[in-house]
Design a protein around this ligand. Structure first.
Ligand code: UD1
Ligand code: CA
Length: 506
């Protein structure tokens, strides 16, 4: 029985530029085009997760994003060069089903979507993309199909499959790999002459076939005109599914040209469960670390260093052991990061030092030093040359250039000027139990040890607060306040202010 249930499809309109060029008849007459279909509708049952499988992060980026990145980079990979003058493509079409809304919310306009209402196998999922593919202008001759759960696949190998397909004028071309541990991959069955006969899924393989070391990696190119009718004729198997892989046996029995490309096994890893997720994470992390090392970053201990895919690091920066750098973090040159440091979604300038500390959504200008054991929370901005020592926390605050904040202090919702000294134990009392309030500290101010700044409050330029002062009223520029609550003791001389400057440098 063929696929009786016609899958409903929805898709976003094709790229307007593509249609414009097509209307001029330019591409249509001179260019081959290929469509890419990424299958990502499966429930991912083996993940045992509420999160759709393709949204599980790998090196900080969803599985599907890794696949899309590879697909998008096909035209710039070297295997594509010979095709470049006569082949072009469209936005990838992603087939979704399970929790489609969640996936679309993450990727929005980056791809088009087709919906597979019921997950009846990879063959059924590919057919769900038919209307979306056929609506493309110019109409693609070739359909490249890959899976959303094979995040280590490279653009280079995808381009090789495409190039081989076009060169051989094949009906089907697919990617294989050789491994001693074929586990649950489909096995590639060849005849005595080495011609591909079929792909047999592990569950249906005979004992002899289970020993086959050539596996199906899950990347295919099909001739579009052959693909749709063939999919409709796919038999439904005992498990109630339509397997895309069965198309290979069909093409073979019809005497069509079937080509294969042999790729590296570690690119093929498909993520079906969390053990495979961790294994892929290890491979990818090693690649990321090597990329940084080749680009001039010292990583003292790769085994204990975790860097997400989107992180950028400048040359001659040293990453010390036990460090985790995540999200879209950017670190400048000649920094020393770690040991024991986590940095998430932050921007760090050049020549910064961060020891045993944690940073989230933080900005450091150049020459900032921090730690050990301090914390910058979202919205922390430390200007040039700030020295933030141990057991200090900054949240949603701007700390001006060359300001010192060496020990046990908290700046929350504060704007601190340049050349300020923040003594040990200083706290911005920013929360009254209901609302957060701001503290403003002028440039050159000297905030004595254990000062409590009861926000909203402002301390003027060059003012001094005595040790233990509880400041609940604004302090004018250039005065010394002391006591609980703080009161003005006297004006301070410029000289005293410079002394304050000198003191803090000790
Ligand atoms: C599949 C191949 C196998 C190959 C392996 C490579 C089939 C039948 N088998 O097995 O030969 O060695 O990949 O990784 O294709 N999906 C849908 N709709 C569905 C079912 C699946 O969109 O109804 C999607 C999934 O979300 C997934 C992809 O297709 O991203 C592959 O499905 P999966 O169930 O993981 O196939 P495998 O068992 O890994
Ligand atoms: Ca899989």
């Amino acid at each position: 029985m063929g696929i009786a249930v016609q899958a409903e499809t929805r898709w976003l309109p094709a790229n307007p530029l593509e249609s414009q060029v097509a209307r001029k008849g330019f591409l249509a007459s001179t260019m081959d085009t290929y469509a890419t279909v990424v299958l990502a509708a499966g429930k991912g049952t083996r993940m045992r997760s509420a999160l759709p499988k393709v949204l599980h992060p790998l090196a900080g980026v969803p599985l599907l994003a890794h696949v899309l990145k590879a697909v998008e980079a096909i035209p710039s990979s070297s295997a594509f060069v010979p095709l470049a003058t006569r082949t072009t493509t469209h936005r990838p079409i992603v087939v979704l089903g399970h929790e489609a809304g969640q996936v679309m919310a993450v990727f929005s306009g980056r791809c088009s979507y087709a919906i597979q209402e019921e997950q009846l196998g990879t063959g059924h999922a590919t057919l769900a993309a038919r209307d979306a593919v056929d609506a493309l202008e110019p109409l693609p001759q070739t359909v490249l199909v890959c899976y959303g759960d094979t995040p280590l696949i490279s653009s280079e190998v995808l381009a090789r499959v495409l190039a081989e397909h076009l060169a051989r004028q094949a009906t089907v071309t697919f990617l294989t790999a050789i491994t001693d541990q074929p586990s649950d991959f489909g096995r590639v069955v060849r005849d005595a002459a080495g011609r591909v006969r079929e792909i047999v899924e592990m569950k249906r393989a005979t004992e002899e076939q289970k020993n086959i070391r050539e596996i199906n990696s899950g990347v295919y190119c099909f001739e579009r005109a052959w693909l749709w009718p063939a999919l409709q004729k796919l038999p439904r198997n005992a498990a109630g599914e339509y397997y895309l892989t069965d198309l290979v046996g069909i093409a073979s029995s019809q005497g069509h040209v079937i080509a294969t490309v042999n790729g590296a096994f570690d690119e093929t890893v498909g993520i079906n469960d969390r053990v495979q997720l961790a294994a892929a994470e290890q491979v990818l992390r090693r690649r990321i670390l090597e990329r940084h090392m080749y680009a001039g970053v010292t990583i003292t201990d790769p085994a204990t260093t975790y860097i997400d895919d989107e992180v950028m690091i400048g040359t001659d920066t040293v990453i010390l052991p036990g460090t985790m750098i995540t999200g879209k973090t950017r670190i400048g040159s000649e920094c020393r990061i770690g040991p024991g440091t986590t940095i998430d979604r932050s921007i760090i300038g050049d020549r910064c030092i961060v020891r045993s500390s944690a940073l989230e959504e933080t900005t450091f200008e150049d020459d900032v030093s921090m730690g050990p054991f301090s914390h910058c929370r979202p919205g922390a901005h430390l200007a040039h040359g700030v020295r933030m020592g141990n057991f200090a926390e900054v949240k949603n605050s701007y700390i001006g250039a060359e300001t010192d904040m060496h020990h046990f202090s908290y700046a929350g919702d504060a704007t601190v000027g340049e050349h300020v000294n923040i003594g040990a134990g200083v706290v911005t009392v920013n929360y009254d139990g209901k609302l957060k309030h701001r503290t403003i500290i002028g440039k050159g101010a000297f905030i004595g040890c254990d000062t409590m700044l009861i926000a909203p409050v402002e301390v003027g330029d060059g003012a001094i607060t005595g040790a233990g002062a509880v400041v609940n009223k604004d302090v004018p520029a250039g005065v010394l306040v002391v006591g609980v609550p703080a009161h003005v003791l006297r004006k301070v001389q410029i000289a005293e202010n410079s002394m304050a400057e000198d003191n803090k440098k000790e």
